[in-house]
Every structure is written in structure tokens, then in C-alpha cells.
Design a protein around this ligand. Structure first.
Ligand code: NAD
Ligand code: TDX
Length: 361
């Protein structure tokens, strides 16, 4: 039975990945989820799996060498899937240091502990051990408004935000481990994800939640920045396929073939909410395009991201499966059915952060 050490499994993509893996492998795998539970980590996301015999949660900081080394010492880990990170660009602009701490130092600790646990006396690595570093397309920088321009695995890194600079640094560390020690790893660089359990500081859940509450919909700049949106379960599947079928030491880009301007996404969300809300639901009156409010642009706002997922398709056979129209309906349905989750996520610390972020916009 393979044992997985998943970092950041209480976050958005990590929790979706854990659900995907148990759906796919059932009792044939074991997952240890290591998460320190920052504002973005929510154990409610994992309620459905928390009682499984083959699932364990460990509250620990990936920067804590002793805690991470102990997990490797006490368990024969076969796979590491490293999600844990500070993930929100706006927060990185306001407070870069914690991004360097978690994303760079935390990745170094994960690599070092895995290397120490997996290395043989002659410097080779135990058979079958693999580390997957989950990264982002933002490391490649910004593309022009040209629909023929894409990010490839060979595109030079050119990060702009403190978030993407920290992710680029962490990718470079993984590359350094592969080049120097032949450390058995892969890197995936994925485009923007959306779906259930996404924290409502991010564009899609923020807009769904604000619209349902009749609150303003803050669009940065001219609203024409382009992102390539991928349904989160498709990302989870890609990660598993890369780890099992990908060539070691390779990087794979993962994207949705779904580039849209922010304002287009927002219009689709508002139209879909109107379609899905039943007649007589009081929220139907609140959801309105009049709520759209153009606000000051994000500093250093990358204009356009677009992934060419050609390599992962050619080598592994992965393709995005969920069309945006279907994915956004599933996402909205999930938020309809999980109002309490949203209430909890938008109370307390998140509320304070939200007010600081938007009070002067
Ligand atoms: P998230 O912010 O929802 O979750 C991050 C998780 O990591 C949280 O559960 C948090 O508690 C945990 N964490 C943070 N610091 C930690 C620490 N020091 N020790 C242990 N746990 C810690 O993020 P997400 O959107 O799920 O992103 C997951 C990963 O995927 C990140 O590495 C991110 O860079 C990458 N990624 C995200 C997207 C996206 O669209 N969200 C796209 C591409 C890549
Ligand atoms: O209130 C908003 N208004 C707005 O116009 C917010 C929160 C965002 N935006 C814009 C900025 C971006 O152009 O929407 C776009 C998407 O913003 P985010 O959801 O913050 O995502 P982004 O900055 O593109 O980064 C995301 O995708 C790549 C994730 O947060 C990263 O973790 C991932 O690596």
C-alpha cells in the first residue's frame, strides 16, 4: 500500500486532491495530511474522510524541520505531494515575508527531509519514491493580449508578484535537488483553479458570495486581464497522472484551454446565478450587473496567463475534462449547498482582512 504525505491538504486544492484520491484508490492508499491550518486551512473541507482508517491529519508547520523529519521517521512515505503555500497574490503584495518563509523555506525543509529519509548510503534513492511539487503558471510572468501566445515548459521564468517570485524560488530549489542529487521529483505548473472549497478571497468565490449578498463586485483595473481557468478536480487528476505516469525530473504545465477576461467570467457567474436561483428566492433580486464596480488595479497586475498543456497531453494523455459552463454550475451548486461553510470562512479573521483590503477602493 502506497503512503502519501500531502502538505496543505486542508486548503482548496489539497482537500479536493484528497477527496479525488480516496474516490479513485479507496482503501488501497494511505494519506497523511500535514497542514498548520493558517487562515486558508479548513478541516471542515475534510469532514467526509476524517474517520477513514487510512487517513491521518497532523497539524504541523512545513518550516518545522523536527516535526517534518518525525513524520518521515515514523512512516514509510512513498509519495510527497506538496501543496502547502501562501497562495494569494494580494496578500503577498501586502505582506511578502511570510510567502518567502512558507513557500521557499518550507519547500527547502520538505525537500531536505524527503532526501534524508529516501537516500541510500551511496547517494542513490530508494526505489519508487517520488516528490511532486505543485506550482503555478504565474512563475512565467505575463503574456501580451495575443491569443497565439502561450506558456510552455520552456518559457523562461519571469515572476512579478512576491507570491510568484516565492513560487519560482521554490521551483528552482526543486530543480536544484533534481540536478544536484538526482532527487526523484516532478514539478507541475498549473493555471487558475476554481471549484468547491475555494477560499472566498479568490476571484470566483468572492464574486459568487458578494453577488448572492447584494454586495459590490470589485473588478480590478479594466477587467480585461485574462486567466486560464481549470476545474479543480481536473487538476487533482493531472497531479496523480503526472506522479504515476510522468517522467521523473520533468516539469508539466497543466491548463484548462479556457482563457477568459475577468469581466467575462463575472458576467457568466451572474448569468448562471440568475439561471440557477429558483423563482421566489430573495437572492434573485440581489444578483445584478449593477453591482459591478471597477476599482483600483492590483499593483503589478499580470495581464494574461495561458497554458499550452501540449506536453502533458502528448506524454501522459491528460486533458481538461470539465467545460467551464459545467464547472461553474457545479461550483455554484456547491456554494448553494454549503452556505455554512461560506459563513464560517467569511467571519473572523477573513472579515478583518477583507475590510483592510477593500476599504479604500
Ligand atoms: P490554499 O491557500 O487554499 O491552501 C494552502 C494550504 O496550505 C492551507 O490549508 C494552509 O493552512 C496550508 N499552509 C500554509 N502555510 C503552511 C505551513 N507553513 N505549513 C503547513 N501548511 C501550511 O491554496 P490552494 O489554492 O489550495 O493552492 C495549493 C497549492 O497550489 C499552492 O502551492 C499554490 O501555489 C498552488 N497553485 C494554486 C492555484 C490556484 O488557482 N489556487 C493554481 C496553481 C497552483
Ligand atoms: O477582487 C478581485 N477582483 C479582481 O478583479 C480579486 C480577488 C481578483 N481580481 C482579478 C485579479 C486576477 O486578474 O481576478 C483575477 C484572478 O484573481 P485571483 O483569484 O486572486 O487569482 P490570481 O491572482 O490569478 O492567482 C491564482 O491563480 C494562480 C491563485 O490565487 C494562485 O494561487 C495561483 O497560483
Amino acid at each position: 500500500m502506497r503512503t502519501y504525505l500531502v502538505t496543505g491538504g486542508a486548503g482548496f486544492i489539497g482537500s479536493n486532491y484528497i477527496h479525488y484520491m480516496f474516490k479513485k484508490y479507496g482503501d488501497d492508499i494511505r494519506i497523511i495530511n500535514v497542514d498548520v491550518l493558517t487562515y486558508a486551512g479548513n478541516l471542515e473541507n475534510l469532514k467526509a474522510v476524517e474517520n477513514r482508517d487510512n487517513y491521518t491529519f497532523v497539524r504541523a508547520d512545513i518550516c518545522d524541520k523536527e516535526a517534518i523529519a518525525k513524520i518521515f521517521a515514523e512512516n514509510d512515505i512513498d509519495r510527497v505531494v506538496h501543496f502547502a503555500a501562501e497562495s494569494h497574490v494580494d496578500r503577498s503584495i501586502a505582506n511578502p515575508e511570510v510567502f518567502v518563509q512558507t513557500n521557499v523555506l518550507g519547500t527547502a525543509v520538505m525537500l531536505n527531509c524527503a532526501k534524508a529519509a529516501w537516500e541510500n548510503a551511496d547517494g542513490t534513492f530508494k526505489e519508487g519514491k517520488k516528490f511532486l511539487h505543485v506550482s503555478t503558471d504565474e512563475v512565467y510572468g505575463s503574456l501580451p493580449d495575443d491569443e497565439n501566445a502561450f506558456f510552455y515548459e520552456t518559457t523562461p521564468y519571469d515572476p512579478h508578484s512576491p507570491y510568484s517570485a516565492s513560487k519560482a524560488s521554490s521551483d528552482m530549489l526543486v530543480k536544484a535537488y533534481m540536478d544536484t542529487y538526482k532527487f526523484p521529483a516532478n514539478i507541475t505548473n498549473c493555471s487558475n483553479n476554481y471549484g468547491p472549497y475555494q477560499f472566498p478571497e479568490k476571484f470566483i468565490p468572492l464574486m459568487i458570495n458578494n453577488a448572492l449578498n447584494g454586495k459590490k463586485l470589485p473588478v480590478y483595473g479594466d477587467g480585461k486581464n485574462v486567466r486560464d481557468w481549470l476545474y479543480v478536480e481536473d487538476h487533482a487528476k493531472a497531479i496523480d497522472m503526472v506522479q504515476e505516469q510522468g517522467k521523473l525530473f520533468e516539469t508539466y504545465n497543466i491548463g484548462g484551454h479556457n482563457e477568459k477576461q475577468n469581466i467575462q467570467i463575472l458576467n457568466i457567474i451572474l448569468d448562471t446565478l440568475q439561471e440557477m436561483l429558483p423563482e421566489g428566492d430573495p437572492r434573485k433580486e440581489l444578483v445584478s450587473k449593477d453591482l459591478i464596480t471597477y476599482v483600483e488595479d492590483r499593483k503589478g497586475h499580470d495581464r494574461r496567463y495561458a497554458i499550452a498543456p501540449d506536453k502533458i497531453k502528448a506524454e501522459i494523455g491528460w486533458e481538461p475534462e470539465t467545460m467551464f459552463k459545467e464547472g461553474i454550475r457545479k461550483t455554484i451548486q456547491w456554494y448553494f449547498e454549503n452556505e455554512d461553510w461560506m459563513k464560517n470562512a467569511t467571519s473572523g479573521d477573513y472579515q478583518k482582512y477583507y475590510e483592510a483590503m477593500y476599504s479604500n477602493k
